[in-house]
Design a binder for this molecule. Structure first.
Ligand code: FES
Ligand SMILES: [Fe+2]
Length: 342
């Protein structure tokens, strides 16, 4: 049942949950999903419950995701074999009905639906619960969802989201301005699978997005939890809060899936306004990130095997490397406090 680990991904990564699709993407058709270089098919049974199977018909190995759903069962496009949500063969066209069906089963994998997302664990054994980071925001505060696939190793894509020091250049004027840098106390805390970075600054940010949509901040923090969940949290002096959550999952070593959501508490932010006013700006920022990550990947390919340099402000890189390259919980020795000019 458990797929053999590939040399590129530590086997510990397989025992965790990954956000792989928006729940509303999965309706009446099977949905192919690649995660950690493994191929799955997602579908809904007759009651609407989502399930996941290996995307391989055991007969002649055609992708089941190329077939269709019949009464919640997956039908292979080649000879019409049908499989139930448990992966068991349920129909074999051409078979003598007087004979029992052969006991053939497609491997199945745990799948959960939560707060608009589908979460897959690519291994039969592993942690039962979704990351707390994905469970602790109230679904009623969700204002927006978004999905993308970017070129880049998950390590580089996650670092980009959690890295404040690129924003003055890649998003110059949009998020921050180099000419208006001020000192900011940064504290990195590590508690097992959870990592928190607090930015204690002056309550304002020097970019267009802040000026148009925000008010004075009480605090800004970045949260990260294994395997790929992260959240930027903005707490305001009037008691309101905005959280941008991004859940990352590696498609393979060169492409990363991102499922994002925006949760708002105590601020005027109806869904239509977020979509019409805020989202176009954030989408532009996202395109800037996707472009720099693609350029980074292309150049890393030209200099294959070369190691990146590190400065003291790259606080999350060692944490992410512990996990994605070595499959171990982050070393608490990475915790630190420092001053950055942001
Ligand atoms: S290949 Fe799937 S039924 Fe034959
Ligand atoms: Fe960015």
């Amino acid at each position: 049942m458990t797929p053999a680990p590939t040399p590129d991904w530590p086997s510990a990564l397989l025992t965790h949950w990954y956000a792989v699709a928006r729940a509303d993407q999965l309706r009446r058709k099977p949905l192919p999903i690649t995660l950690l270089d493994r191929h799955f098919v997602l579908a809904r049974d007759a009651d609407g419950s989502a399930y996941a199977l290996e995307d391989r018909c055991p007969h002649r190995q055609v992708a089941l995701s190329a077939g269709c759903l019949r009464d919640g069962q997956l039908q292979c496009p080649y000879h019409g074999w049908r499989f139930g949500a448990d992966g068991l063969l349920r129909d074999l066209p051409g078979h003598d009905p007087a004979q029992p069906l052969p006991a053939i089963r497609v491997p199945g994998f745990p799948l959960q639906e939560h707060d608009g997302l589908l979460w897959l664990r690519p291994c039969a054994e592993g942690s039962e619960q979704l990351p707390a980071l994905a469970r602790e925001l109230a679904p009623g505060q969700r204002r927006f969802e978004w999905q993308a696939q970017w070129r880049g190793h998950v390590l580089d894509v996650m670092e980009n989201f959690l890295d404040a020091l690129h924003t003055h250049y890649v998003h110059a004027g949009w998020l921050r301005r180099h000419s208006q840098r001020r000192p900011c106390q940064v504290a990195l805390d590590i508690d097992g699978e959870r990592v928190r970075v607090d930015y204690r600054a002056h309550g304002e940010q020097s970019g267009l997005v802040y000026r148009l949509f925000e008010s004075r901040r009480l605090g800004e923090s970045a949260h990260f939890q294994l395997p790929g969940s992260s959240r930027l949290q903005y707490d305001y002096r009037d008691g309101s809060q905005v959280c941008i959550s991004l859940h990352f999952s590696p498609v393979d070593g060169r492409n990363t899936r991102i499922l994002a959501s925006l949760h708002v508490r105590g601020r005027w932010a109806p869904r239509w306004a977020v979509r019409a006013l805020l989202w176009p700006l954030l989408a532009h920022v996202g395109r800037q990130d996707a472009a720099i990550l693609a350029a980074q990947q292309d150049n890393m390919a030209r200099f294959a095997g070369r190691r990146p340099a590190r400065m003291h402000g790259d606080v999350l890189r060692p944490v992410l490397e512990d996990w994605w390259l070595h499959g171990r919980t982050p070393d608490p020795a990475h915790a630190r406090q420092l001053t950055l000019w942001l």
